[in-house]
Design a protein around this ligand. Structure first.
Ligand SMILES: [Zn+2]
Length: 354
């Protein structure tokens, strides 16, 4: 059996430098192996030692966790949908055919048709990301797929956003793809915020990694539009799961992505992520509960709170509770203000830096 030193020597001879990673087969640090500098043992484990199996969790290290409500809600929705199919079949057999019976009976065909049409629209109209077209986005998609241990890199397309901030993931047959609206490549204008884009691409690739765009899963979720609270809650749990993927892919981009969703691609700089997240436990009442419960995405303040508080999964029904909003940071004590030498804004004690 090879000793570790022999194996390391052999690796170096093969051009695998000290940063060579046995899991990815590439050079460079892999977040699945833990924080950088976590120890050479993991990066240089000999082949007879199985690679370190990272646990799933909410931290940026390891693999992203599925939201704890997703599978229970998925089971409920699939049971409801399958019951719907069986009832529709019963109605068909006794000859009581109406719009809803037909919709359910034809669901497998309608879904297949819709997915095929959607995929072809991208193939015919969208810009396909490649090493030469939107190379930054292409690289982020490849890196996100590697980050989540996916065997295949999904296709990625850019469509004209016309000011809209959006992205989605879908599939047809065995193909999987993400679509990013062009405005997301303009976040921050000239200043750019590539971290926010990497978070969003991680979110979309995460939908694929978590199996959300599978045909069979979507067939089992066909009744979601007719189940306002349960259905939307499942979609919301999936969004939290995808956010966990985005967070693992580029946790530094989470605030930027949320600020862009709140304020747009240019005015995102006017949004204070913490100030907005702090409102999550403060806004309360029946209608707050209802708007969230009927929402397909986690409401923005709760979503921000979940991306900031990584000690627990994002809240599904009850507003986040926690310590009261942290007081605004105190400015550092500056030198006493001298009369006649009034300092400019930014140096004045008591005002935040410009
Ligand atoms: Zn999503």
């Amino acid at each position: 059996m090879q000793s570790e030193d022999q194996w390391a020597d052999q690796s170096r001879q093969q051009g695998r430098g000290p940063g060579w990673n046995p899991v990815t087969g590439m050079a460079g640090w892999d977040p699945r192996l833990g924080p950088p500098g976590w120890g050479p043992q993991q990066a240089f484990s000999p082949p007879h030692i199985p690679p370190y199996q990272p646990t799933r969790g909410l931290s940026p290290w390891g693999m992203p966790a599925r939201h704890s409500w997703e599978i229970p809600l998925l089971i409920v929705v699939i049971l409801a949908t399958v019951s719907g199919y069986l009832i529709a079949l019963l109605f068909l057999l006794v000859g009581a055919v109406n719009y809803y019976v037909l919709l359910l009976i034809l669901a497998p065909l309608l879904l297949w048709f819709g997915r095929g049409t959607n995929y072809s629209m991208q193939r015919l109209n969208a810009v396909k990301m490649s090493p030469t077209q939107f190379p930054e986005g292409y690289r982020m998609v490849v890196e996100a797929a590697a980050r989540f241990g996916m065997a295949t890199v999904p296709d990625a397309y850019v469509v004209l956003g016309n000011g809209q901030i959006n992205a989605f993931a879908s599939g047809h047959g065995f193909r999987r793809y993400v679509v990013v609206y062009s405005d997301l490549f303009e976040i921050g204008g000239q200043a750019r915020d590539p971290d926010a884009l990497a978070f969003i691409i991680g979110h979309e690739v995460g939908h694929i990694a978590a199996g959300h765009v599978s045909y069979w899963r979507q067939l089992g979720m066909f009744l979601v539009p007719f189940l306002p609270i349960i259905g939307n809650s499942l979609i919301r749990a999936q969004e939290y799961t995808a956010d966990n993927h985005g967070f693992c892919n580029r946790h530094l981009g989470a605030p930027g992505a949320m600020k862009t969703l709140a304020g747009g691609k240019y005015l995102n700089s006017l949004v204070d992520f913490d100030e907005m997240a702090d409102r999550a436990p403060q806004d309360k009442g029946f209608f707050v509960w209802m708007v969230n419960a009927m929402s397909s995405h986690p409401v923005l303040t709760w979503r921000m709170w979940a991306l900031r508080d990584r000690s627990r999964h994002g809240r599904m029904f009850l507003r986040p509770s926690g310590p009261p909003a942290a007081p605004p940071p105190m400015p550092p004590a500056g030198p006493p203000v001298q009369m006649g030498s009034y300092p400019g804004y930014g140096e004045l004690p008591g005002l935040p830096p410009r």
